[in-house]
Design a protein around this ligand. Structure first.
Ligand code: FVH
Length: 274
């Protein structure tokens, strides 16, 4: 059978589920969708998708079922009544969760004779299906090879390893880095705004080129031991972070926005103490 012609059922039509279904339809795939709250299929139906009225019927309509729901609990809740229908079939879970949740789900599905790949989406809805998008998968390599051929249109498939928890682990860790950067960028803008600066000019002329210059250094230097190379003197950085925290408070930026500075101060003080 030509894997590209496998029928795909998508559980979940939140903003990510809709983007996944749209990218697969654009690539000519056969797509059935299900959502807990009906009526969210929107233009996907006009573009060729079919809507299933229940999880069980969605599973029956597909050769491959993809779940993209809110969290692990919602996946369990949606699958529990329908899991016998999945026996002998394949589930790919693209719902964010922890590595432990992915391993537990893998164990539960194995008991029900379901082949399983855990996944993590390294994209946001508007970038699904674009060149930069990639999807982490973990589980059996030969299953990954089959699924990669079918789901390629949503993002470049990347196998994280046999351990079902591997994709979730990398996904959670990568999202942590992204939220750290996002918190830092939000705090930077809040400071400029609070002190009467031109936010758009700052973003364009300073923040973006600064982030682009330092991003590779941050990734290369990330270290579990809080070690800081000599040229980045941790005691000097701790003093700088204390100044930034004091300025942030003076400017009236809520303390909760400055949590990333406290995390860095903690790391620099530890590094300085050796
Ligand atoms: N959107 C993003 O930028 C990120 C990018 C990285 C990956 N995440 C993860 O993708 C999962 C889905 O995210 P989403 O953006 O689609 O989320 P929502 O738009 O909030 O839609 C949530 C869907 O989950 C359904 N749902 C919630 N609880 C249940 C339940 N108990 N049983 C069945 N379905 C449930 C919800 O259905 P409804 O509320 O419309 O009835 C939506 O379909 C997520 O893990 C992200 O972390 C996205």
């Amino acid at each position: 059978m030509n894997m590209r012609h496998e029928r795909i059922s998508i559980l979940g039509l939140g903003s990510m589920g809709r983007a996944l279904a749209g990218a697969l339809l654009d690539a000519g795939r056969d797509v059935t969708v299900w959502n807990r709250t009906p009526g969210k299929a929107g233009d996907l139906l006009a573009r060729g998708a079919r809507e299933a009225p229940s999880v069980a019927e969605a599973i029956e309509a597909g050769d491959l079922t993809v779940a993209c729901l809110l969290d692990d609990a919602s996946v369990r809740e949606a699958l529990a009544p329908a899991v016998p229908k999945l026996a002998g079939g394949t589930l790919v879970n693209l719902t964010s969760g922890s590595s432990r949740q992915a391993r537990d789900l893998a164990g539960w599905l194995e008991e029900h004779d379901v082949r399983f790949l855990a996944g993590g989406i390294m994209a946001v809805p508007p970038t699904v299906g674009t060149d930069g998008a990639f999807i982490l998968y973990s589980g059996a390599r030969e299953l990954f090879d089959r699924v990669a051929a079918v789901l390629g249109p949503i993002g470049r498939p990347h196998w994280a390893g046999e351990d079902p928890g591997a994709a979730a682990l990398y996904d959670m860790a990568a999202l942590s880095a992204m939220y750290g950067l996002s918190a830092g960028a939000d705090h930077a803008v809040a400071l400029v705004h609070a002190d009467g600066g031109d936010v758009e000019k700052f973003k364009r002329e300073v923040l973006r080129p600064w982030m682009e210059q330092t991003l590779p250094i941050m990734v290369a230097g990330a270290d579990v031991r809080d070690s800081v190379p000599d040229e980045y003197n941790p005691a000097m950085q701790a003093t700088g972070l204390e100044t930034m925290l004091a300025f942030s408070a003076e400017a009236g930026v809520p303390d909760e926005r400055a949590g990333h500075l406290r995390a860095s101060l903690w790391a620099m003080r530890r590094a300085a103490a050796g």
